[in-house]
Design a protein around this ligand. Structure first.
Ligand SMILES: C[S@@+](CC[C@H](N)C(=O)[O-])C[C@H]1O[C@@H](n2cnc3c(N)ncnc32)[C@H](O)[C@@H]1O
Length: 257
């Protein structure tokens, strides 16, 4: 079995953190249950115990292959002169960054987070070179790295800060996630507390009480309440931070970590 297919790294990690990694075949079978979503490049996935990224890498592969197929279809309609080297770059770059920005992970072990980010970045870079047929530009690489630093986070996805079991790991209530959305070649970045994100799309007024408890005295926890035409209440969490629209090539320059 290849090293990256190893499901158990050590007995201690299994005992301490329940770390048994999922094999590729099971990953693919589970993703097939939500196949359509894995093939929508903007569809967001969060894995709250991502390990070294077995699910995340498979999702990235599916999304990038959708973009590759789209470009192959476009290529059929191009004249020879239009197929200049690198013609795919302006189409592939924002699409692939959007795909990457829709993938989120949390794990309680720093080395797993590092491994997951490295794996995703390497796959992103190699795919760029294979599909666009040129070296990845420095600013696109930097944007991808920045997005991964924002999306793949060390944290305890179960316990609040006061109960975390691994010292130095941010608790559930300390985790900040970034929402990325694309408008043309610009990206909008907003940051939300992970613990308020379940409010998005929630249909029960009970969620309102829960959020009041969780963030009593915390102004950033304020949220808007919308009523649907069927009378249900939907809470929209307020971002902790909101950034101006930024061209995709400048994502890493405009944002501090
Ligand atoms: C069964 S493994 C699954 C890993 C990965 N999802 C996969 O399928 O290959 C469980 C993972 O959860 C992580 N983990 C355990 N407790 C956690 C917690 N409280 N918060 C976040 N991650 C945790 C472990 O470090 C481990 O990577």
């Amino acid at each position: 079995m290849e090293n990256k297919e190893k499901q158990v790294i050590s007995r201690k990690r299994v005992t301490d953190h329940g770390e048994v990694l999922t094999a590729r075949r099971e990953v693919e079978a589970m993703l097939d249950l939500v196949k359509q979503e894995t093939e929508r490049i903007e569809s967001r996935f969060l894995e709250p115990a991502c390990g070294n990224g077995n699910f995340l890498i498979a999702i990235l592969e599916r999304k990038l292959s959708v973009i590759e197929r789209k470009l192959a279809r476009q290529e059929k309609h191009l004249k020879k002169a239009e197929k200049r080297p690198g013609w795919k770059a302006p189409l592939y770059e924002p699409d692939s960054l959007l795909a990457l920005s829709s993938i989120y992970g949390i794990d309680i072990l720093q080395d797993s987070i590092d491994a997951a980010k490295e794996r995703l970045l390497t796959y992103f870079t190699e795919s760029y070179q294979r599909i666009v047929e040129k070296e990845i530009p420095q600013e696109v690489f930097a944007a991808a790295k920045f997005i991964l630093d924002k999306n793949i986070l060390l944290g305890d996805a179960i316990n609040p800060q006061k109960d975390v079991t691994v010292p130095g790991v941010p608790g559930l209530d300390q985790i900040i996630f970034t929402e990325w959305s694309r408008i043309g070649n610009d990206f909008k970045r907003r940051e939300f507390r992970y613990s308020t994100m379940y409010l998005d799309g929630s249909e029960t007024a009970g969620a309102s009480a829960a959020s009041d408890d969780l963030f009593a005295g915390d102004k950033s926890a304020a949220h808007d309440v919308f009523k649907t035409d069927t009378g249900n209440e939907i809470m929209k969490p307020t971002p902790v931070r909101d950034f101006p629209l930024t061209h995709y090539t400048k994502i890493s320059m405009k944002g501090e970590l």
